[in-house]
Write a protein that binds this ligand. Structure first.
Ligand code: FEO
Length: 172
């Protein structure tokens, strides 16, 4: 059984994951209309992953005797000044999500809810990966600067990154 304050904290995280999915969907659309198909594909995949993060929490809350809340979401940014700005926002957002997960983990320890604490370890690991990936991408974008040729190659490379991570995720 979930304590009410833990149920509320998990529901807040459900909203954050849903908003993350919308944020990356908006980034996918912006990249797509700008003609960068690789970046768009990467962002569509990220958006889907965030929806999966949300669903995993939804199922957990319902299975533990709580009630997962589907709430209204804030409207994401739909345009950006540059790809650099867009990836900076992605990185900042992932840092924010990590902080939110850490806070959630902290509450479960305070309340001695070890089942939820254990469940959240998956999210702790996931955030380490997501932050690392966002940082790597940002480093590459910073190297490219305003170079159009560099952006073209980056768009091609990020497609490869998406394919590689998809094949790692798929069970053999
Ligand atoms: Fe579900 Fe990227 O945090």
């Amino acid at each position: 059984m979930l304590l009410k304050n833990i149920e509320k904290a998990l529901n807040d995280q459900i909203r954050i994951e849903a908003e993350s999915s919308q944020i990356y969907l908006a980034m996918a659309c912006w990249a797509e209309v700008k003609g960068l198909e690789g970046v768009a594909g990467f962002m569509y995949d990220q958006s889907q992953e965030e929806r999966d993060h949300m669903l995993k929490l939804v199922k957990f809350v319902n299975e533990r005797g709580g009630h997962a809340k589907v709430s209204e979401l804030s409207e994401p940014n739909v345009t950006f000044n540059s790809f650099k700005e867009m990836f900076e926002k992605l990185f900042e957002h992932e840092v924010f999500v990590s902080q939110s997960i850490n806070e959630l983990v902290h509450i479960t320890l305070q309340e001695k809810d070890y089942a939820t604490h254990n469940f959240l370890q998956w999210y702790v690991s996931e955030q380490i990966e997501e932050e690392a990936m966002a940082r790597t991408i940002l480093d590459k974008i910073n190297l490219i600067g305003d170079d159009k040729g560099g952006l073209y190659l980056f768009d091609r490379d990020i497609q490869q990154l998406t394919i590689t991570s998809a094949s790692i995720d798929t069970p053999q």
